[in-house]
Design a protein. Structure first.
Lengths: 116, 116
């Protein structure tokens, strides 16, 4: 099993540019999460999909952020336009779903974003 | 609303000594509690969880956690610490929407430093 795959691992961009982060969840997992981690705010849940449908996007900071999951094997998180305060490590995680393994999340290695 | 608190930013322990990383929770209804570990520049990894049953839960890498309902605590423990246990540890609670859910709320994290 390849695990959750995120790309890019590192991105440095200038303020105002569009940023797209990508995630491939573990095959067979039906829940997908985007988290953001910073020193100041810790680990924040941005959005949560179940069976490709957004269930909870209350953590999305503002309209500059958007996330899609067009199919069970791919998701994107887009920031447009980016700002320096968006600098963080963005994690994608997937989960087998509800039932006995509910809450067991498998995280990717993260995408470290730096906005200058 | 569900929440968890990790009162210690950092825990220092000598190799070979027992370790405890503290977590308290606040939930309405039955608690579903988790511990995750994050090594430097990596994503979070699931360690163990409590849903129901025995108050002492065993997990990966020799870790265990004790659920205490009267004290609303879920402390992570290990009888003998290793230098390789040094990492950031997160306690988490599963959010209850009134139905099945995979959404977790994480604590602020506790940095465990094991000295040789």
């Amino acid at each position: 099993d390849a695990g959750v795959i995120q790309s890019p691992r590192h991105e440095v961009t200038e303020m105002g540019q569009e940023v797209t982060l990508r995630c491939k969840p573990i095959s067979g997992h039906n829940s997908l999460f985007w988290y953001r981690q910073t020193m100041m705010r810790g680990l924040e849940l941005l959005i949560y999909f179940n069976n490709n449908v957004p269930i909870d996007d209350s953590g999305m900071p503002e309209d500059r952020f958007s996330a899609k999951m067009p199919n069970a094997s791919f998701s994107t998180l887009k920031i447009q336009p980016s700002e320096p305060r968006d600098s963080a490590v963005y994690f994608c995680a997937s989960s087998p779903g509800t039932g006995g393994r509910a809450g067991e999340l498998f995280f990717g290695e993260g995408s470290r974003l730096t906005v200058l | 609303a569900q929440s968890v608190a990790q009162p210690e930013d950092q825990v220092n322990v000598a190799e070979g000594n027992p370790l405890t990383v503290k977590c308290t929770y606040s939930v309405s209804g039955n608690p579903y509690l988790f511990w995750y570990v994050q090594y430097p520049n990596r994503g979070l990894q699931f360690l163990l969880k409590y849903i129901t049953g025995d108050n002492l839960v065993k997990g990966s890498y020799g870790f265990e956690a004790e659920f205490n309902k009267s004290q609303t605590s879920f402390h992570l423990k290990k009888p003998s610490a290793l230098v390789s246990d040094s990492a950031l540890y997160f306690c988490a609670v599963r959010v209850d929407y009134g139905g099945a859910t995979n959404k977790l709320i994480f604590g602020t994290g506790t940095l465990l430093a094991v000295q040789p």
